[in-house]
Design a protein around this ligand. Structure first.
Ligand code: E4P
Length: 217
């Protein structure tokens, strides 16, 4: 399973990238706004900076919801860097735009996916990635992991090439469950990635080894 980081924060992207386990980045308008980025030029420059840090797909979301607007925006985003993936919402015009991007060699990430039916449409349109939002499903007391399993199974049975990018990750356990479910990618906030490191027995064991090492010096 590949690891993407789900943030527009440059420091966090650098920290995850320095670990050597980062395969890509996802952003969305909420994450970009959180960094105080304003205006067309600043947005474009921020994506460029991210692409220069991480050698992997970087999802940049369109703001438009009409086919023509999505295509216009997506074309401009795709010109920023070869690693840019145009992130398109799961709506009727979005599916039409994803098909257009597919036919024109532009990579896409179909976002705001909450059902297997939506994931089938994204794959039919040729999306490079599909983003089921598992945390938001869990937040509404449904089972997000069940949806990841269902989409992975359908894509395997049907031979769809779209990669399952589990999004809206809240905890390290979500990451483990996504790996079990066969997700191709997990896009995670930095604390969830770092949470995978933690185990009290590791800390206790290391302390003991360090103490014993001192007695031998
Ligand atoms: C990433 O592609 C999604 O936009 C993101 O994971 C959504 O996460 P949230 O549900 O924590 O906002």
């Amino acid at each position: 399973m590949k690891f993407f980081i789900d943030t527009a924060n440059i420091e966090q992207i650098k920290e995850a990238n320095d670990l050597g386990i980062l395969d890509g980045v996802t952003t969305n308008p909420t994450l970009m706004a959180k960094e105080g980025i304003k205006g067309h030029d600043a947005i474009m420059a921020h994506y460029k900076t991210i692409c220069e840090i991480v050698d992997g797909p970087v999802s940049a979301e369109v703001f438009g919801t009409k086919f023509e607007d999505i295509v216009e925006e997506g074309k401009k985003l795709a010109l920023i860097h070869p690693n840019i993936v145009v992130k398109v919402p799961m709506i009727k015009d979005g599916i039409k735009a994803i098909k257009w991007f597919t036919d024109n060699g532009i990579k896409t990430n179909c976002t705001l996916v909450f059902s297997a039916g939506q994931a089938i449409l994204a794959a039919k349109a040729g999306a490079t990635f599909v983003s089921p939002f598992l945390g938001r499903i869990d937040d509404s007391s449904w089972d997000g992991i069940q949806l990841i399993e269902q989409i992975v199974n359908i894509y395997n049975v049907q031979g769809y090439m779209t990669e399952v990018l589990a999004a809206s990750i809240r905890t390290p356990l979500h990451i483990v469950r996504c790996a079990e479910a066969g997700a191709d990618i997990c896009t995670c906030p930095l604390p969830s990635i770092l949470g995978l490191l933690k185990h009290p027995l590791t800390d206790l064991g290391l302390q003991q080894f360090l103490n014993d090492a001192k007695t031998m010096q």
